[in-house]
Design a protein around this ligand. Structure first.
Ligand code: HEC
Length: 118
């Protein structure tokens, strides 16, 4: 009786540990979703990100580094108003251009590019 109860608890603790491990690791960015990546690629091409950042995201700079360093909110803030972080940057502001959804999609897409890395 005691043993059975004990092993049930061990099992529960193990399962929670695995769950916390899986959900707790990584960044604050949302999980990757294939449909949104496609939408993100569309945004990337339609709004000229491609022209500056290239097909692998590394033309003007190492996007991979930025994507690993910054959380979702920071990346959004950057894309909406890059001049706020780097006055005089070549990159245009996308505030009022991209919807929140488009922003999230393009960031998802950038994460995929970053992970394909060079
Ligand atoms: C006219 C060129 C140009 C366009 C268009 C452009 N970018 Fe950029 N972007 C840059 C440059 C240059 C930098 C590097 C910052 C710097 O040195 O000025 C940069 C930096 C970034 C960064 C990294 C910021 C950091 O944390 O270091 C992200 C993310 C980014 N761009 C996303 C985008 C997205 C998404 C689009 C399209 C919606 C886009 N860019 C369009 C030129 C551009």
């Amino acid at each position: 009786m005691y043993n059975k109860l004990f092993s049930t608890w061990v099992l529960i603790i193990l399962i929670s540990a695995v769950f916390l491990g899986v959900s707790g690791c990584g960044t604050s960015l949302p999980a990757i979703d294939a449909a949104r990546i496609q939408a993100g690629q569309h945004v990337y091409e339609q709004y000229n990100c491609l022209q500056c950042h290239g097909y692998d995201g590394n033309d003007k700079m190492d996007l991979k580094k930025a994507l690993h360093k910054k959380g979702l909110d920071e990346l959004k803030a950057w894309i909406l108003d890059p001049g706020q972080f780097k006055p005089g940057t070549e990159m245009p502001s996308y505030g009022g251009v991209l919807s929140d959804r488009e922003l999230e999609d393009v960031i998802q897409y950038l994460r995929v590019l970053a992970n394909q890395g060079r």
